[in-house]
Design a binder for this molecule. Structure first.
Ligand code: SF4
Length: 68
């Protein structure tokens, strides 16, 4: 799973950190940041929900292709 935060769009609302706190955190300025290795252990549904909760659609989630 690849997670991208558009830092130009993020307004620091904190919804992602509330929804998936093992994946998203906030930097010193209050904007979203990724927890190191957080996406490796997070339930995919939780990450998707966090992306959907973002009021400005600043989070993009791409699922890894299934193993061949
Ligand atoms: S929910 Fe969206 S706007 Fe709010 S902190 Fe997270 S990425 Fe930024």
């Amino acid at each position: 799973m690849k997670i991208h935060i558009d830092h130009r769009t993020c307004i620091g609302s904190g919804q992602c950190t509330l929804t998936a706190p093992t994946v998203f955190t906030q930097d010193d300025d209050g904007y979203a940041a990724l927890v190191p290795d957080g996406s490796q252990t997070a339930p995919p549904r939780q990450v998707t929900q966090a992306a959907l909760s973002c009021p400005v659609q600043a989070i993009a989630v791409r699922n890894d292709p299934p193993d061949a």
